[in-house]
Design a protein around this ligand. Structure first.
Ligand SMILES: Nc1ncnc2c1ncn2[C@@H]1O[C@H](COP(=O)(O)OP(=O)(O)O)[C@@H](O)[C@H]1O
Ligand SMILES: [Mg+2]
Length: 240
């Protein structure tokens, strides 16, 4: 279980997160929804160690992660698939995936069978299997997004942080991304999902938090939020 308590973070003197408290129970899919600029990506960056919190606590299964750098956080098993599909463009699809497993081979976590996990990714992401020898930079945007997700999964993470996995994708690929997220949920991968399509996120998630201006305003089972008139009016109307 990932537990975040009164987390404060920002950029320089600008405080963006004003004391967030939330948790992601093991095996569950939790979504964080909110308008542009609400602080969703900043939350993800703080959890992954890219940003240092100025107050509050982050623990994973009771162990303190607060203030660790991103390498140390990755070694503890938190995988971040950041906004905007970061892949290594001059490496092949297969080498990108192997790099995703690298940290788990050097850390204290169980290594597991990398070959078996590569096979699992090939089943989960058939488009990547067909293109495994292609350079990542020559993939379409949607394929790069899937590669970023698959690479994060190669860490065999305790928690997967998915930031806007459907951003900028054509509708068919958005469906494909959500098919994969549903599959990961069935496989009980622990996931924190940030999504612009709040409606879709609330359909796949177990539990949801609404963030506004760096504060958690509403939380509850995803089904309950889907039916909440205030959430519907603000986040599930046209354009969402
Ligand atoms: N690298 C940065 N430097 C300074 N301010 C930033 C940076 N990234 C984001 N912000 C600011 O932090 C706030 C929250 O941004 P962000 O977390 O990206 O929101 P969201 O992901 O919810 O759209 C915004 O006001 C944004 O302008
Ligand atoms: Mg964002």
């Amino acid at each position: 279980m990932l537990e975040v308590t009164r987390l404060v973070a920002g950029y320089g003197k600008v405080e963006v997160l004003h004391g967030l408290t939330f948790s992601v129970p093991t095996g569950q899919l939790v979504t964080l929804i909110g308008s542009n600029g609400a602080g969703k990506s900043t939350t993800m960056r703080t959890l992954s160690g890219m940003l240092k919190p100025t107050a509050g606590r982050i623990t994973l299964n009771g162990r303190d992660l607060t203030g660790l750098d991103s390498h140390a956080v990755t070694r503890r098993g938190i995988a971040h698939s950041p906004e905007g599909r970061r892949v290594f463009p001059t490496l092949s699809v297969l080498d990108n995936l192997r790099l995703g497993a690298y940290t788990r081979l050097t850390g204290q976590r169980t290594r597991g069978d990398v070959t078996a996990d590569l096979e699992r990714m090939a089943v989960l992401f058939p488009r990547l299997r067909e293109r495994r020898h292609q350079l990542a930079g020559t993939l379409s945007g949607g394929e790069q997004q899937m590669l970023a997700m698959a690479r994060a999964l190669m860490l065999n993470p305790e928690v997967l942080l998915l930031d806007e996995p459907s951003m900028g994708l054509a509708p068919l690929l958005v469906e494909e991304v959500f098919r994969i997220i549903r599959q990961l949920r069935e496989d009980q991968v622990t996931i924190l999902l940030v999504e612009q399509f709040a409606a879709a996120a609330l359909w796949v998630a177990d539990y949801a938090y609404v963030i506004e201006n760096g504060h958690i305003r509403i939380e509850g089972p995803a089904r309950q939020l889907r039916n909440d008139p205030a959430v519907q009016a603000a986040y599930l109307g046209r354009g969402h």
